[in-house]
Design a protein. Structure first.
Length: 351
Protein backbone atom coordinates (compact mmCIF):
# COMPACT_ATOMS: atom_id res chain seq x y z
CA UNK A 1 0.00 0.00 0.00
CA UNK A 2 1.30 3.44 -0.82
CA UNK A 3 0.71 6.54 1.21
CA UNK A 4 0.91 10.26 0.70
CA UNK A 5 3.94 12.54 0.98
CA UNK A 6 2.12 14.28 3.82
CA UNK A 7 2.46 11.20 5.99
CA UNK A 8 6.11 10.86 5.01
CA UNK A 9 6.83 14.47 5.93
CA UNK A 10 5.20 13.97 9.31
CA UNK A 11 7.36 10.94 9.97
CA UNK A 12 10.50 12.84 9.08
CA UNK A 13 9.74 15.45 11.72
CA UNK A 14 9.48 12.69 14.27
CA UNK A 15 12.40 10.51 13.39
CA UNK A 16 15.54 12.04 11.89
CA UNK A 17 17.93 14.79 13.10
CA UNK A 18 16.34 18.14 13.87
CA UNK A 19 13.59 19.29 16.20
CA UNK A 20 12.44 16.43 18.40
CA UNK A 21 9.26 15.76 20.34
CA UNK A 22 10.78 16.42 23.74
CA UNK A 23 13.51 18.76 24.90
CA UNK A 24 16.19 17.24 27.08
CA UNK A 25 14.97 19.23 30.06
CA UNK A 26 11.53 17.72 29.67
CA UNK A 27 13.02 14.29 29.10
CA UNK A 28 15.08 14.55 32.24
CA UNK A 29 11.99 15.54 34.19
CA UNK A 30 10.15 12.54 32.79
CA UNK A 31 13.08 10.31 33.73
CA UNK A 32 13.12 11.58 37.29
CA UNK A 33 9.37 11.18 37.59
CA UNK A 34 9.58 7.70 36.10
CA UNK A 35 12.34 6.69 38.47
CA UNK A 36 10.35 7.94 41.46
CA UNK A 37 7.27 6.05 40.31
CA UNK A 38 9.34 2.94 39.66
CA UNK A 39 10.47 2.89 43.26
CA UNK A 40 6.88 2.18 44.26
CA UNK A 41 6.59 -0.74 41.83
CA UNK A 42 7.44 -4.21 42.99
CA UNK A 43 8.06 -7.52 41.28
CA UNK A 44 5.85 -10.50 42.17
CA UNK A 45 8.52 -11.73 44.58
CA UNK A 46 8.31 -8.45 46.47
CA UNK A 47 11.56 -6.90 45.25
CA UNK A 48 11.39 -3.46 43.72
CA UNK A 49 12.01 -3.22 39.98
CA UNK A 50 15.21 -1.29 39.33
CA UNK A 51 14.58 1.90 37.30
CA UNK A 52 16.54 2.34 34.05
CA UNK A 53 16.28 5.51 31.97
CA UNK A 54 17.07 5.05 28.27
CA UNK A 55 17.52 7.96 25.88
CA UNK A 56 16.49 6.94 22.36
CA UNK A 57 18.20 8.17 19.21
CA UNK A 58 14.80 9.19 17.83
CA UNK A 59 11.14 8.58 18.52
CA UNK A 60 9.96 4.93 18.40
CA UNK A 61 10.56 3.24 15.05
CA UNK A 62 11.38 -0.23 13.66
CA UNK A 63 15.05 0.10 14.64
CA UNK A 64 13.77 -0.24 18.21
CA UNK A 65 11.93 -3.49 17.61
CA UNK A 66 13.90 -5.41 20.27
CA UNK A 67 13.30 -2.67 22.85
CA UNK A 68 9.56 -2.38 22.42
CA UNK A 69 9.01 -6.10 22.04
CA UNK A 70 10.81 -6.54 25.36
CA UNK A 71 8.58 -3.93 26.96
CA UNK A 72 5.41 -5.33 25.35
CA UNK A 73 6.06 -8.93 26.40
CA UNK A 74 7.20 -8.14 29.94
CA UNK A 75 10.81 -9.19 29.33
CA UNK A 76 12.12 -6.16 31.22
CA UNK A 77 9.88 -6.99 34.17
CA UNK A 78 11.25 -10.53 34.12
CA UNK A 79 14.78 -9.11 34.15
CA UNK A 80 13.96 -6.97 37.19
CA UNK A 81 14.14 -3.56 35.54
CA UNK A 82 11.57 -0.83 35.07
CA UNK A 83 12.53 0.89 31.81
CA UNK A 84 11.65 4.46 30.85
CA UNK A 85 12.30 5.44 27.23
CA UNK A 86 12.93 9.12 26.47
CA UNK A 87 13.07 10.95 23.15
CA UNK A 88 16.03 13.36 22.69
CA UNK A 89 15.96 16.85 21.29
CA UNK A 90 19.12 16.28 19.23
CA UNK A 91 21.14 13.31 17.97
CA UNK A 92 24.21 14.69 19.78
CA UNK A 93 22.47 14.37 23.15
CA UNK A 94 23.09 10.66 23.69
CA UNK A 95 26.77 10.60 24.63
CA UNK A 96 26.63 13.83 26.63
CA UNK A 97 23.61 12.78 28.70
CA UNK A 98 25.08 9.36 29.50
CA UNK A 99 28.51 10.85 30.22
CA UNK A 100 26.97 13.32 32.66
CA UNK A 101 24.84 10.64 34.30
CA UNK A 102 21.55 12.25 33.29
CA UNK A 103 20.51 9.07 31.47
CA UNK A 104 21.47 5.55 32.45
CA UNK A 105 21.77 4.36 28.87
CA UNK A 106 21.26 5.71 25.38
CA UNK A 107 20.85 4.49 21.83
CA UNK A 108 23.58 5.94 19.63
CA UNK A 109 25.71 5.03 16.59
CA UNK A 110 29.15 3.43 16.34
CA UNK A 111 30.71 6.41 14.50
CA UNK A 112 29.25 8.88 16.98
CA UNK A 113 30.41 6.77 19.94
CA UNK A 114 33.95 6.89 18.58
CA UNK A 115 33.67 10.65 18.04
CA UNK A 116 32.45 10.97 21.64
CA UNK A 117 35.46 8.95 22.82
CA UNK A 118 37.77 11.30 20.95
CA UNK A 119 36.06 14.23 22.69
CA UNK A 120 36.73 12.68 26.08
CA UNK A 121 33.11 11.85 26.92
CA UNK A 122 32.64 9.02 29.42
CA UNK A 123 30.80 6.47 27.27
CA UNK A 124 31.25 2.89 26.12
CA UNK A 125 29.14 0.73 23.82
CA UNK A 126 27.75 -2.23 25.76
CA UNK A 127 25.74 -3.81 22.94
CA UNK A 128 25.00 -3.54 19.25
CA UNK A 129 21.28 -2.98 18.75
CA UNK A 130 21.48 -2.97 14.93
CA UNK A 131 24.81 -4.70 14.19
CA UNK A 132 25.20 -3.59 10.58
CA UNK A 133 25.18 -0.32 8.67
CA UNK A 134 21.82 1.06 7.54
CA UNK A 135 22.92 4.42 6.12
CA UNK A 136 22.19 4.68 2.42
CA UNK A 137 22.26 6.95 -0.61
CA UNK A 138 18.77 7.17 -2.12
CA UNK A 139 17.68 8.77 -5.38
CA UNK A 140 14.76 8.69 -7.77
CA UNK A 141 15.30 6.10 -10.47
CA UNK A 142 14.49 8.74 -13.10
CA UNK A 143 17.30 10.98 -11.80
CA UNK A 144 19.90 8.87 -13.54
CA UNK A 145 21.81 8.36 -10.28
CA UNK A 146 22.58 4.67 -10.01
CA UNK A 147 26.19 4.79 -8.82
CA UNK A 148 28.26 7.16 -6.67
CA UNK A 149 29.99 8.44 -9.81
CA UNK A 150 26.65 9.87 -10.94
CA UNK A 151 26.71 12.33 -8.03
CA UNK A 152 29.12 14.69 -9.76
CA UNK A 153 27.49 18.12 -9.99
CA UNK A 154 24.44 16.93 -8.06
CA UNK A 155 22.78 18.07 -4.81
CA UNK A 156 22.66 15.53 -1.98
CA UNK A 157 20.64 16.25 1.16
CA UNK A 158 22.19 15.28 4.51
CA UNK A 159 20.50 14.80 7.88
CA UNK A 160 23.06 16.60 10.03
CA UNK A 161 25.23 13.95 11.70
CA UNK A 162 28.87 14.99 11.92
CA UNK A 163 30.05 11.82 10.21
CA UNK A 164 27.96 12.24 7.06
CA UNK A 165 29.87 14.91 5.11
CA UNK A 166 33.30 13.24 5.42
CA UNK A 167 31.71 9.88 4.59
CA UNK A 168 30.08 11.33 1.47
CA UNK A 169 33.45 12.88 0.53
CA UNK A 170 35.06 9.44 0.90
CA UNK A 171 32.40 7.86 -1.30
CA UNK A 172 32.98 10.52 -3.96
CA UNK A 173 36.74 9.97 -3.94
CA UNK A 174 36.25 6.21 -4.16
CA UNK A 175 34.05 6.82 -7.22
CA UNK A 176 36.71 9.00 -8.82
CA UNK A 177 34.89 12.32 -8.61
CA UNK A 178 35.67 15.58 -6.83
CA UNK A 179 33.79 15.80 -3.52
CA UNK A 180 33.60 19.58 -3.97
CA UNK A 181 31.48 19.05 -7.07
CA UNK A 182 28.63 17.78 -4.85
CA UNK A 183 26.39 20.28 -3.08
CA UNK A 184 25.34 18.85 0.28
CA UNK A 185 22.73 20.95 2.13
CA UNK A 186 21.68 19.92 5.63
CA UNK A 187 17.94 19.21 5.37
CA UNK A 188 17.90 17.66 8.87
CA UNK A 189 14.60 15.86 9.53
CA UNK A 190 13.28 16.46 6.03
CA UNK A 191 15.25 13.83 4.10
CA UNK A 192 12.28 12.20 2.40
CA UNK A 193 10.48 15.51 1.98
CA UNK A 194 13.49 17.07 0.26
CA UNK A 195 13.70 14.17 -2.16
CA UNK A 196 9.97 13.92 -2.85
CA UNK A 197 9.69 17.64 -3.56
CA UNK A 198 12.80 17.69 -5.80
CA UNK A 199 14.77 20.02 -3.53
CA UNK A 200 17.69 17.62 -3.87
CA UNK A 201 18.78 15.02 -6.40
CA UNK A 202 19.51 12.42 -3.73
CA UNK A 203 19.70 11.98 0.03
CA UNK A 204 22.43 10.45 2.20
CA UNK A 205 21.91 9.36 5.79
CA UNK A 206 18.55 7.70 5.24
CA UNK A 207 18.19 4.13 6.52
CA UNK A 208 17.53 1.36 4.04
CA UNK A 209 15.12 -0.44 6.36
CA UNK A 210 13.04 2.68 7.08
CA UNK A 211 13.24 5.54 4.57
CA UNK A 212 14.33 3.11 1.86
CA UNK A 213 11.27 0.94 2.46
CA UNK A 214 8.99 3.96 2.83
CA UNK A 215 10.13 5.58 -0.42
CA UNK A 216 10.12 2.44 -2.55
CA UNK A 217 6.56 1.81 -1.37
CA UNK A 218 5.61 5.11 -3.03
CA UNK A 219 7.52 5.03 -6.29
CA UNK A 220 10.68 4.14 -8.15
CA UNK A 221 13.76 4.86 -6.06
CA UNK A 222 17.22 3.35 -6.03
CA UNK A 223 18.61 2.55 -2.57
CA UNK A 224 22.41 2.24 -2.34
CA UNK A 225 23.72 1.15 1.09
CA UNK A 226 26.90 2.95 2.12
CA UNK A 227 28.63 -0.42 2.46
CA UNK A 228 28.09 -0.99 -1.26
CA UNK A 229 29.77 2.37 -1.97
CA UNK A 230 33.07 1.51 -0.30
CA UNK A 231 32.33 2.33 3.35
CA UNK A 232 33.33 -0.47 5.77
CA UNK A 233 30.51 -2.06 7.74
CA UNK A 234 29.81 -0.92 11.30
CA UNK A 235 27.07 -1.17 13.91
CA UNK A 236 24.48 1.44 12.98
CA UNK A 237 22.80 1.51 16.39
CA UNK A 238 24.52 0.73 19.68
CA UNK A 239 23.57 0.91 23.34
CA UNK A 240 25.95 3.14 25.29
CA UNK A 241 26.61 3.29 29.04
CA UNK A 242 28.89 5.21 31.40
CA UNK A 243 32.08 3.17 32.05
CA UNK A 244 32.99 5.02 35.25
CA UNK A 245 29.60 4.22 36.72
CA UNK A 246 29.91 0.62 35.55
CA UNK A 247 33.22 0.33 37.40
CA UNK A 248 32.25 2.19 40.57
CA UNK A 249 28.53 1.47 41.05
CA UNK A 250 27.56 -2.23 41.30
CA UNK A 251 23.86 -1.32 41.32
CA UNK A 252 24.20 0.57 38.03
CA UNK A 253 26.16 -2.31 36.49
CA UNK A 254 23.45 -4.76 37.55
CA UNK A 255 20.72 -2.55 36.07
CA UNK A 256 22.63 -2.40 32.78
CA UNK A 257 22.89 -6.19 32.77
CA UNK A 258 19.17 -6.46 33.47
CA UNK A 259 18.31 -4.10 30.63
CA UNK A 260 20.49 -5.98 28.17
CA UNK A 261 19.04 -9.33 29.29
CA UNK A 262 15.52 -8.01 28.76
CA UNK A 263 16.42 -6.55 25.35
CA UNK A 264 18.00 -9.84 24.28
CA UNK A 265 14.79 -11.62 25.21
CA UNK A 266 12.78 -9.03 23.31
CA UNK A 267 14.87 -9.56 20.19
CA UNK A 268 14.52 -13.34 20.47
CA UNK A 269 10.74 -13.02 20.72
CA UNK A 270 10.56 -10.62 17.77
CA UNK A 271 12.58 -13.01 15.61
CA UNK A 272 10.47 -15.97 16.66
CA UNK A 273 7.07 -14.22 16.54
CA UNK A 274 6.77 -11.53 13.87
CA UNK A 275 3.26 -10.62 15.02
CA UNK A 276 4.50 -9.86 18.53
CA UNK A 277 6.95 -7.37 17.04
CA UNK A 278 4.18 -5.76 14.98
CA UNK A 279 1.84 -5.60 17.98
CA UNK A 280 4.59 -4.04 20.10
CA UNK A 281 5.48 -1.29 17.64
CA UNK A 282 2.05 -0.44 16.20
CA UNK A 283 0.77 1.61 19.16
CA UNK A 284 4.17 3.24 19.70
CA UNK A 285 4.30 4.48 16.08
CA UNK A 286 0.61 5.24 15.57
CA UNK A 287 0.08 8.00 13.00
CA UNK A 288 3.67 7.83 11.81
CA UNK A 289 3.58 5.02 9.26
CA UNK A 290 1.09 3.36 7.00
CA UNK A 291 0.37 0.03 8.78
CA UNK A 292 1.31 -2.08 5.75
CA UNK A 293 4.55 -0.14 5.27
CA UNK A 294 5.35 -0.51 8.98
CA UNK A 295 5.16 -4.28 8.59
CA UNK A 296 7.55 -4.13 5.65
CA UNK A 297 9.96 -2.03 7.72
CA UNK A 298 9.78 -4.49 10.61
CA UNK A 299 10.48 -7.39 8.24
CA UNK A 300 13.46 -5.52 6.77
CA UNK A 301 14.80 -4.84 10.27
CA UNK A 302 14.32 -8.36 11.62
CA UNK A 303 16.25 -9.71 8.64
CA UNK A 304 19.32 -7.79 9.90
CA UNK A 305 19.30 -9.16 13.46
CA UNK A 306 21.34 -12.20 14.55
CA UNK A 307 19.42 -15.18 15.88
CA UNK A 308 22.18 -15.87 18.38
CA UNK A 309 24.63 -13.68 20.23
CA UNK A 310 22.48 -10.59 20.82
CA UNK A 311 24.49 -7.40 21.04
CA UNK A 312 27.92 -8.99 20.67
CA UNK A 313 30.59 -6.67 19.30
CA UNK A 314 34.09 -7.23 17.96
CA UNK A 315 36.77 -5.06 19.54
CA UNK A 316 38.94 -5.77 16.51
CA UNK A 317 36.25 -4.50 14.15
CA UNK A 318 35.76 -1.36 16.24
CA UNK A 319 39.51 -0.71 16.18
CA UNK A 320 39.62 -1.16 12.41
CA UNK A 321 36.65 1.14 11.88
CA UNK A 322 38.17 3.82 14.14
CA UNK A 323 41.34 3.64 12.05
CA UNK A 324 39.27 4.08 8.87
CA UNK A 325 37.51 7.08 10.42
CA UNK A 326 40.83 8.70 11.30
CA UNK A 327 42.30 8.05 7.88
CA UNK A 328 39.28 9.60 6.18
CA UNK A 329 38.74 12.70 8.30
CA UNK A 330 35.91 11.53 10.54
CA UNK A 331 38.25 11.64 13.54
CA UNK A 332 40.88 14.33 14.09
CA UNK A 333 43.07 12.12 16.26
CA UNK A 334 43.71 8.39 16.46
CA UNK A 335 41.32 6.59 18.78
CA UNK A 336 41.67 3.02 20.02
CA UNK A 337 38.27 1.75 18.98
CA UNK A 338 38.71 -1.45 20.95
CA UNK A 339 38.41 0.50 24.21
CA UNK A 340 35.10 2.06 23.15
CA UNK A 341 33.19 -1.21 23.33
CA UNK A 342 32.68 -4.13 25.71
CA UNK A 343 30.70 -7.37 25.79
CA UNK A 344 31.09 -7.77 29.55
CA UNK A 345 27.49 -6.87 30.42
CA UNK A 346 25.72 -9.00 27.82
CA UNK A 347 23.74 -12.10 28.86
CA UNK A 348 26.07 -15.03 29.33
CA UNK A 349 29.17 -12.87 29.56
CA UNK A 350 30.07 -14.38 32.90
CA UNK A 351 30.99 -10.98 34.33
Amino acid sequence: MTHTPTRTIRRQVLRRPGVRILAIAAAAAVALTGCQAASDDAEPDGTAAAPVSVLLDWSPNPDHVALYTAQYTGAYDNAGVDVSFMTPSNTADAAREVSLGRADLAISYEPDTLIAAEQGLDVVSVAALIPTSLTSLIARTESGISTAADLEGKTVGLSGLASQQPTLDFIAREAGIDPDSISAPNVQQSLNQALLTDQVDAIFGAFRNIEGVELTAQGDFVVMPATELGVPDYAELVIIANPSRLADDPDYAERVRGFLAGTAAGQATALDDRQAAIDALTPETEGSYDPDVLELMIDATLALLPEDGFGRQSAQDWAAYATWMYQNGLLETEVDGATATTNDYLPGSGS
